[in-house]
Design a protein. Structure first.
Lengths: 410, 308, 327
């Protein structure tokens, strides 16, 4: 009886080994790991992110690979933090991976990057925005995209510098409302919005959080209506932003909104709201890259990315999440790896820290410059601009900051 | 708070509640008759919403018309599920009943993820974009109050279905048999009622009702593989408030929960509104488990013997 | 029970535990060690759940609340007051026990389905709290623990240390389970589980007895939460207080064998490797497939092996012994 029990237990531990055993590292390819939520509540974004990374990989491989060797992705799925840590462990230990791209969700990132740091494995965080990711002083973690802080700063600055004069008010007279979904993305962005507004002595009249999964936001809309704000700063996902704007339109709440590309800047937003989406602003990376300002090479790359995406997605214009996912991988393949001569984490690190690419010459409309160790946001790409875009005649145009804008704000 | 705001909140709440009520009627029926909580009910709502979505997307069938397809489809699904998953566990400990349905919901959720991907799907009907405005009635101090057309339709259809179903239960032969089984199974058995048939019909009808709800809801709510979980929690709350087994109770409870949610949303904050009705839920379970309308002592259920 | 068979059982159990305990020493691979850690983590949490769900027969879907209380309490005490997690875990356990007792006082009068629903709602309320009481928990952003190895801080560089920490926790949970089974408390709980009215009629203080079970169950669940926090060195609502955690631990105990002390570890030993293997193999190629298989196992077990693996084997053994004794 107990022998049977023992047998069951030992057998199943052996099962752990079956099929997921050691991998003999092939020498003629570069093996790079990815950790993304392909299942679970973040699946939609995780898959889009992965699509972006895949296209970057295909593009590089079709052009001959990096230093003559092709890149092979070893992908892992994680829908919650402990799974992310376990998968990081597996990639590092069993698959002998020395560089990982991840993780979409900040909470997954927080768990996986710990494992990477402990094992001295190079890690590119390509979409998670929480300040905490780069706030721990880790040496091997590099975030290629803008942080929640950077995006929030742009949004508040826009309200103070562009919107206030349009409303014939000073920045300090502006009544600002902030809403955000209660997940990692919303919370870190919302906190950053409040922080930056406070630093500029702006008047924040109401801050509300809600669950992105809610079926109804009418109470929230009515509450905002009562507060009579001049501008609403919103950190939302696509689903809830559509719901919010619909209910806002219905309940006659017409305050200008500055959202984010996760929500208002997503092409699906315009498809759902059509003309009601006109003039709405979004911070982050614009869906339609203002390629006029890019260097020639970056322009071609962006164009190629869009072409390949449309080919595999029934002609759909790329999702911002895919763009950002692509960018992270591209920075690794085109800028960091060649300089490092391979996938040795120490060399990758050194190469990354040595980069100083101005905005517009990196990828999309970004530059590349990582904060050095010792800085409060060590590993953050400070040249990843999170501009403000606006829907104008069905297209998203970059309107702020002025230096990289391609259109006038309406 | 001025009158207009109050009325606006009230109406928004009632309309939201109508949707909750509609989706919960099937659940309360199943529990009332069979004494099992269908933990997978939310997943069936999701299936109905997806079905309606695909009919619209691929065949351009208006969601309201798609009920003609979705309702029977869900009825059939109910029969299938009953035979495979419910009937075998009727005599088993409640734990087994609970976890079979929990397991089923995990399977359905992830099958939807696998087949239909994680993308959010919506149906946007242009004719629903019209604004319905009540008032203003300056005489009463009331300014304009705005009503959502989609929810209004769902509200009235839901009401109509509830009333129709109520009379079905009260007056028709099948309805009487169902009620008899619900009230006293042993006696019903002695009277020659085929309990298996009753259970099968009940479960299938329960799913049919949630199928109708799904078709009515897709014009207003997005569907994705995990939407079932979000709705099922509210449905439990509604069913318990209304008294398990009481259709009228579910309707009233649904409206009540909708109003509570919108007012909490406004007064306390959107982040905590769910907590409010969960706490109320626990309070009702403990203080008046039979809900507003249920029979006293119903929560002390005896074990149902297996179908031979 | 014949003395020789119980001695045989004890010997078998010791042998199994010895095997499980010594195996990690021979494994150099961090991936497998991670597997052991997860097995012990979930077996401990599941074992804790089993005390209430299996022995007392009160199926709770809200145990994620206790796990979260443990994780957040020890972490916050450490980060804000400098109290070592070695002590913090007791604080977390006691808090969870107190909350559990309160929950029990309020909800024990409810039967099965209703009790499950009430605990579900309770678990959700705690989840909402962890998301929204941002001043305390930092909401969805979560809390990062320091990663420098330090015995005083219960953070280790070597995975092996975590394996034995987890094994130790599991042994404690196992010991509690066996102690309950052998004690009068166990008999009272069984009596309540089998026939509540008869038990009451015989003078069993069913209320008190179940509250003790709840307190133990909640306490140990919280300690498991602390173990999680110290291993992943990051906690957030999705990691420690989501509903699926409750379902998972109930699942392990049920499939392994409800109300038996081996059930949880058997369940964990089956599901953890399967989850890891399926996720690694199929995670990105067929999203959701591993969860479908998970769900199917649960459904099939409920339909065809309702007593769980251990329970079914035990029943067959008993039947065989009975047959033999009749000859």
């Amino acid at each position: 009886m107990k022998a049977t029990t023992t047998m069951i237990m030992v057998l199943s531990m052996v099962m752990l080994g079956t099929g997921v055993g050691q991998v003999i590292a092939a020498d003629d390819v570069w093996r790079i790991g990815t950790i993304l939520p392909i299942t679970g509540p973040q699946a939609k974004n995780g898959i889009k992110n992965f699509d972006g990374i895949k296209i970057a990989t295909d593009m590089i491989n079709d052009a001959g690979g990096v230093l003559g060797k092709k890149i092979v992705l070893v992908s892992a799925d994680a829908s919650e933090p402990q799974a992310a840590a376990s998968e990081a462990n597996r990639l590092i230990t069993n698959e002998k991976i020395t560089a990982i791209i991840g993780t979409q969700s900040s909470s997954l990132s927080m768990a996986a990057t710990v494992v990477a740091e402990q094992n001295k494995v190079f890690y590119i965080e390509n979409e998670g925005v929480s300040g905490q990711i780069t706030g721990r002083g880790f040496k091997y973690i590099f975030r290629t995209t803008f942080s929640g802080d950077m995006m929030a700063t742009q949004m508040v600055d826009y309200a103070a510098q562009v919107l206030a004069p349009k409303l014939k008010k000073t920045a300090q007279d502006l009544r600002i409302a902030i809403i955000h979904e209660d997940g990692g993305f919303g919370t870190s962005t919302g906190t950053a919005l409040q922080k930056h507004a406070k630093s500029l002595s702006l008047n924040v009249v109401v801050v509300e959080t809600y669950s992105a999964k809610t079926a109804d936001l009418s109470g929230l809309v009515l509450k905002l209506k009562q507060a009579k704000p001049d501008v609403l700063l919103a950190a939302q996902y696509i689903n809830d932003s559509i719901l919010f704007h619909r209910q806002a339109a219905e309940l006659r709440f017409s305050t200008p909104v500055i959202g984010t590309t996760a929500g208002q800047g997503n092409p699906d937003f315009y498809s759902a709201l059509t003309k009601e989406a006109e003039s709405i602003l979004a911070g982050g990376i614009p869906a339609e890259i203002s390629i006029e300002r890019l260097g020639a090479e970056q322009k071609a790359e962006a164009g190629e990315f869009v072409k390949r995406y449309q080919a595999s997605h029934n002609g759909e214009y790329p999702n911002p999440t895919s763009f950002v996912g692509f960018a992270g991988a591209w920075i690794l393949y085109k800028h960091i790896m060649p300089k490092a001569g391979g996938l040795d984490p120490e060399k990758l690190r050194e190469a990354a820290l040595g980069l100083d690419v101005p905005p517009g010459k990196g990828v999309l409309n970004w530059g590349i410059k990582f904060s050095p160790p010792g800085a409060p946001d060590a590993g953050q790409n400070v040249n990843a601009s999170a501009g403000i875009s606006q829907w104008q005649d069905g297209k998203l145009k970059l309107v702020f900051p002025k230096e990289i804008a391609t259109a006038e704000a309406r | 708070m001025d009158l207009t705001l109050f009325v606006q909140l009230l109406i928004s709440g009632l309309l939201l509640g109508g949707v909750y009520a509609l989706s919960s009627i099937g659940l309360t029926l199943i529990f009332g008759v069979m004494k099992i909580v269908n933990f997978a009910h939310g997943e069936f709502l999701m299936i109905a919403m997806y079905l309606s979505f695909w009919l619209y997307h691929l065949l351009h069938v208006d969601p309201y018309l798609s009920i003609a397809v979705v309702a029977p489809a869900l009825f059939g699904l109910g029969l299938l599920t009953y035979h495979i998953g419910v009937r075998p566990t009727l005599g088993a400990p409640h734990l087994n009943q609970i976890f079979v349905m929990v397991g089923l919901s995990i399977v359905i959720e992830n099958a939807a993820l696998l087949w239909w991907s994680a993308d959010f799907r919506t149906v946007t009907l242009d004719y629903l974009r019209v604004q319905i405005v009540l008032g203003p009635y300056p005489g009463f101090g009331l300014e304009e109050v705005i009503i959502n057309p989609g929810r209004l339709i769902a509200f009235f259809v839901g009401l109509a279905i509830s009333v129709a179903f109520y009379f079905f239960l009260k007056l028709s032969y099948s309805g009487k048999i169902i009620r008899a089984t619900s009230q006293d199974r042993s006696t019903a058995l002695l009277m020659g009622i085929d309990i298996d048939k009753v259970y099968r019909l009940t479960f299938a009808v329960g799913l049919l009702l949630v199928g109708v709800a799904g078709a009515l809801m897709i014009p207003m709510f997005t569907v994705h593989p995990f939407v079932g979980f979000e709705f099922v929690l509210v449905m439990f709350v509604v069913v318990v408030f209304g008294g398990m087994g009481s259709v009228a109770g579910a309707v009233l409870a649904g409206l009540f929960i909708g109003v509570v949610e919108v007012f909490s949303d406004f007064l306390i904050g959107p982040d905590s509104k769910q907590a409010v009705y969960f706490l109320l839920f626990i309070a009702v379970l403990v203080l008046k488990p039979s809900g507003l309308f249920g029979l006293k002592g119903e929560e002390e259920v005896e074990r149902i013997e297996a179908i031979e | 029970m014949k003395p020789s068979s119980s001695r045989r059982s004890a010997f078998g159990l010791a042998a199994a535990l010895l095997a499980l305990g010594l195996a990690p020493l021979f494994i150099r691979n961090d991936f497998y060690l991670d597997g052991f850690i997860l097995v012990f983590l979930w077996a401990s949490f599941s074992g804790a759940w089993n005390i209430l769900g299996g022995y007392a027969g009160m199926v709770s879907l809200g145990h994620n609340a206790f796990f979260a209380i443990g994780a957040y309490t020890s972490t916050l005490l450490f980060l804000r007051l400098g109290i070592t997690p070695w002590l913090g875990m007791f604080a977390g356990g006691l808090l969870a026990a107190a909350v559990g007792i309160l929950l029990g006082i309020v909800c024990f009068r409810l039967r099965s389905h209703y009790f499950a629903l009430a605990t579900l709602a309770f678990g959700q309320v705690v989840f909402i709290l962890t998301m929204n009481w941002r001043g305390l928990t930092q909401g969805a952003e979560g809390i990062a623990l320091p990663i420098e190895p330090s015995l005083a801080h219960m953070v280790f560089a070597s995975k092996l240390a975590y394996v034995y920490l987890g094994f130790g926790l599991f042994l404690v949970v196992l010991a509690v389970a066996i102690a309950i089974e052998r004690s009068r408390l166990g008999y009272f709980l069984t009596a309540f589980r089998e026939n509540e009215d008869a038990a009451r009629a015989l003078g069993v203080k069913t209320g008190q007895v179940r509250l003790i079970a709840m307190a133990l169950s909640a306490f140990l669940s919280a300690v498991a939460g602390t173990y999680y926090a110290q291993y992943v060195v990051y906690i957030d609502p999705s990691g420690v207080s989501r509903l699926q955690l409750s379902v998972q631990v109930a699942l392990f105990a049920i499939v392994g064998g409800l109300g038996t002390f081996s059930g949880p570890i058997i369940g964990a030993c089956i599901f953890v490797p399967i989850t890891i293997a399926l996720r690694s193999y199929l995670g990105t190629t067929a999203p959701g497939l591993h969860m479908i298989i998970y769900g199917l196992i649960l459904v099939l077990t409920m339909l065809y092996m309702p007593k769980g693996i251990y329970g079914t084997l035990k029943a067959r053994m008993t039947a065989r012994t009975q047959k033999e004794s009749r000859r």
